[in-house]
Design a protein around this ligand. Structure first.
Ligand SMILES: [Fe+2]
Length: 210
């Protein structure tokens, strides 16, 4: 009897720890954290807002910098895909310059970089875009923003999301005031994952129902 009791105890202890792993795995129930919009949401109209930010329609040439591809899915908190979500994204060019009249830094404009895109999530909430690794840019004499991409995401029935995507293991992440202010779990949700494919990242976006 004793050994049966012991086995039952071990079994329930194992089951208990599995259950607690699942219940502590609250990432699935969390939504992508909100972040500030920043001062450089595009205000200059542009026609070309497609999913290839490395080319500007009507111009020959490609954006300078490291070309990367980012793909993912827009999901609800139960990880069901959400289709037809508007994904509005903007970022600094590879020199850390926003193509925005209020960016007064001396970093150069890249005339072949699109800098802004508006996409729709398609079947299974999927999206993909091609861009360049955004440059870090100085906030003041001592602080820099780590590379990031801004997102504004909207869908009827869900809370609008303003957020920023970060890149895994970037040395500036842990020096970035905004990134550091997030919990580890929030940082995980805001950081794209490197895939096995060269220069490709996966980034899922989780929206919260209204
Ligand atoms: Fe920014």
């Amino acid at each position: 009897m004793k050994s049966i009791k012991r086995r039952t105890f071990i079994k329930s202890a194992i089951l208990g720890s599995i259950t607690s792993i699942f219940s502590s795995n609250t990432l699935a129930k969390m939504s992508t954290p909100q972040e500030v919009e920043g001062p450089f949401y595009p205000i200059t109209p542009q026609k070309d807002k497609d999913a290839d930010l490395t080319k500007v329609k009507g111009k020959n040439g490609s954006a300078k910098g490291e070309i990367i591809e980012i793909f993912g899915q827009v999901l609800d908190q139960n990880l069901n895909p959400i289709e037809d979500v508007t994904i509005d994204l903007w970022q600094a060019n590879s020199f850390g310059k926003y193509h925005h009249p209020h960016d007064t830094s001396h970093a150069p404009i890249d005339e072949h970089f699109q800098s802004w895109a508006i996409l729709q999530s398609g079947k299974q909430g999927k999206f993909r875009f091609k861009t360049v690794m955004p440059g870090a840019y100085p906030l003041n004499r001592s602080d820099k923003r780590t590379p990031h991409i801004h997102f504004k995401i909207g869908k009827l029935g869900y809370i609008s999301l303003l957020t920023q995507l970060y890149f895994p293991d970037h040395p500036l992440n842990n020096k970035d005031g905004l990134f550091k202010s997030k919990t580890t779990q929030e940082q995980t949700l805001m950081t794209a994952k490197k895939t096995n494919k060269h220069n490709e990242y996966q980034y899922n976006i989780i929206l919260e129902k209204v």
